[in-house]
Design a protein. Sequence first.
Length: 275
Amino acid sequence: MSDILDKILAVKADEIKLLTKRYSRSTLEALGREQGATRGFIGALTAKVAAGEAGVIAEIKKASPSKGLIRADFDPGWIAREYAAGGAACLSVLTDEQFFQGHNAFLIQARASCVLPAIRKDFLIDELQIAEARAIGADCVLLIVAALEPAQLEALAQYAVSLGMDVLVEIHDRAELDVVLKAKLPPPARDGAQNPILLGINNRNLRTFEVSLHNTLDLLADIPPGTDVVTESGIVTSADVATMRAAGVHRFLVGESLMRQAAPGAALRQLVGRD
């Protein structure tokens, strides 16, 4: 199968060139400051878990390279309200246009429609994209280890935290976990403060788009105790959630299985056992 990630990153390089022509970093940083304080992405997840619930990052995704169009009646604001009513801790909004039919406007609309914090879900490889994320209101950004050199990962994480955002660092295998464990990532701002870094384990291989929940379960033994882990992709049933929680994983990123439902909020409640 062709390497989808390489194709996506080539497009991102072109997008960054265009972004550079439109905005300076200082302009985007100023727009970010106009957004005010972030909503506390990791804090929202932590609060759910502390209350004994699953902490769900509910994803707003119109399409994907592997599945094509997922939801034709796509209204980011309505979906965000559904997720909030269904008990989501946070939102994840796809902003990639070419491969996922996303848009920056979708994050703006979703975040304006509820009080939940939101992560910009995209393939971020440059500081200008990080600044743009804050300028459109993102409370957190995704950094995909497979898409970055170790030095890039460290620099982008530091920059995102300097802008007030949290960071979801995503891995797929043990080699990528080793990169994260060796990286100099931003520490909490002070003693007792919330760690600004989450570790995401994607159960979808970004090079083949195949999915296996065993990916998360197999990696847990190598992750230091106390690490906040988010399992991503392939969470479809309440049994999937129960399996992960029994293994000590209480944070989830869920998208496609909810986006295909007529009532995403009700589907979320059922998924996590609230109904």
